[in-house]
Design a protein around this ligand. Structure first.
Ligand code: ADP
Ligand code: GLC
Length: 485
């Protein structure tokens, strides 16, 4: 019998995306279909999601879901089943999915995502006749309460269901003050250290982790790192206590979406056999960013401009990057101070540093196809997708040795160079000195065209498709649902 999984996520491509979570949630149903898993995705009814639901079929109407009228409607996520929680009072707003147009978190985020979790628990509990699920898979804090409701306040007479809680980023825990507890509709027994209580407040991610049959995160190294205080961010003790019930499964990439051979966003398509054709993309990128042509490598960055991503250190290293002969094209949005620092750097180095502040899917593809090397100086990185895209596009990744970056890039040390296996450059510790040194090492490699070509080819031939990861999730579901045949 096929396994029926409800995947609960706050974003999924192609409907709504602020980061890698959307790429992963969007790709999972396709990755699992060949393993006999039918995955239905539940999304909040943000405006972009509602626009994408053609002729919605109403599955259920709530008079009041945590105080708001709401409906569950069915649609499609690509070729796969989708259910949307349409609750205009909670989700029909301008601004981002989690923050207002000024970038401040919505004050009622706890209510918005508690309602989302309640709806997920109701669906898994059999709220809609004819719609059954064998397992629920929750992503990040926005979905964590689904597992808490299933545990403490399930639909009457419903059988318990196995669950997976995937942590895409431990830095976002959905932590709210104690006062909201009374409004969640949970029994008093849920208010405990093994329940939803977290450091005196309510922790949505923590609640999901406590309730989950299994916890996963998105790379083996990050699964180890979050056992320590620095990366566990207060939940390291809980991670350690779950022992082998915490696993790391590396994300894959959608190779239909991210493939330089057929990518419609590029000036010129190419493969690892026709690398010379890449030059046309580099020239197009230089023109798009107003950069002068040059001998040195064209570095690129596609990133949220935040502390996690080490973008403050990038700002400090701009002068060095230009001094040693590099140029930079950057696409990103985020912290005001970082944007100011980048703008000042670009003003000091016209024609050498080009910026596009904002969000642009097509440009993110063109940067991977036209850049020589991508800089990913993250302080922590649960998996990271930009370096996986860059490997597939022959844009050499220069990454901090942490989380998924450590797991996916093979550093160009002497042994790896000799063995011909290297795919990029890794460095330890996100500091000015380390990043500057990594840039210097990249330039050294760049000066040897044969070594550079090999780096590019190795990366392009590496397999980071969903094949392996899809299999790993399918095995996990099988382990949890037992011998269903
Ligand atoms: P995170 O989810 O922590 O931001 P990932 O590397 O996992 O990091 O995923 C980031 C995703 O968001 C990638 O698909 C990347 O291409 C995309 N991205 C980040 N910033 C931008 C931007 N400004 N414009 C377009 N895409 C972006
Ligand atoms: C988070 C992490 C990133 C990961 C993505 C998808 O946004 O920051 O490292 O790749 O989730 O799992």
């Amino acid at each position: 019998m096929a396994r029926r999984v409800l995947s609960v996520a706050s974003e999924a491509v192609p409907l709504i995306k602020t980061g890698g979570l959307a790429d992963v949630a969007g790709a999972l149903p396709g990755a699992l279909a060949s393993h006999g898993v039918t995955m239905t995705t539940l999304l909040p009814g943000f405006p972009a999601v509602m626009l994408g639901v053609k002729r919605p079929k109403v599955l259920h109407r709530y008079k009041s879901l945590l105080g708001e009228p709401a409906r569950l409607v069915a649609g499609k996520l690509g070729a796969h089943p989708l259910i949307v929680l349409d609750a205009p009072g909670l989700f029909a707003r301008d601004g981002g999915p989690y923050s207002d147009p000024a970038g401040q978190d919505w004050e009622d985020n706890w209510r918005r995502f508690a309602a989302f979790g309640r709806a997920a628990a109701d669906l898994v509990g059999g709220l809609v006749e004819g719609l059954e699920f064998d397992l629920v898979h929750a992503h990040d804090w926005q979905a964590g309460m689904a597992l808490a409701y299933l545990r403490f306040a399930p639909v009457a007479n419903s059988a318990p269901k196995p669950s997976v809680m995937t942590i895409h980023n431990m830095a976002f825990q959905g932590y709210f003050p104690e006062q909201i507890f009374g409004e969640l509709g949970l029994p008093a027994s849920a208010w405990s250290i093994e329940g939803v209580e977290s450091y005196g407040g309510v922790g949505f991610l923590k609640a999901g982790m406590e309730a989950a049959s299994l916890i996963t995160t998105v790379s083996p190294t990050y699964a180890r790192e979050i056992r320590q205080g620095e990366f566990g961010m207060g939940l390291d003790g809980l991670v350690r206590s779950r022992g082998t019930r915490v696993r790391g499964i590396l994300n894959g990439i959608d190779t239909a979406e991210w493939n330089p051979v057929g990518d419609p966003y590029l000036a010129r398509n190419y493969s690892h056999r026709t690398l010379a054709a890449r030059a046309a993309n580099k020239r197009a990128l230089e023109a798009e960013f107003g950069l002068e042509p040059g001998e040195g490598p064209l570095f690129v960055v596609v990133s949220r401009l935040t502390w996690q991503k080490g973008m403050d250190v990038l700002v400090e290293v701009l002068d060095h990057l230009v001094r040693v002969g590099g140029r930079l094209a950057l696409l990103g949005s985020g912290d005001e101070a970082t944007v100011e620092g980048l703008k000042a750097g670009a003003a000091r180095h016209p024609g050498r540093i080009g910026l596009k502040i904002g969000y642009d899917e097509g440009l993110s593809h063109r940067l991977q196809a036209g850049g020589d090397a991508i800089l990913v100086p993250s302080r922590f990185e649960p998996c990271g997708l930009t370096q996986l895209y860059s490997l597939a596009y022959g844009c050499v990744p220069v990454v901090a040795r942490t989380g998924g970056l450590a797991d996916t890039v093979i550093d160009a040390n002497l042994a790896a160079l000799d063995a011909g296996t290297t795919t990029g450059v890794q460095f330890n510790g996100v500091t000015h000195a380390e990043l500057a040194d990594a840039i210097d090492r990249t330039l050294q490699l760049w000066r040897s065209p044969a070594a550079w070509r090999q780096l590019q080819r190795n990366g392009m031939k590496a397999d980071f498709s969903w094949v392996q990861s899809g299999k790993a999730y399918a095995e996990l579901y099988r382990e949890l649902t037992g011998a269903m045949g």
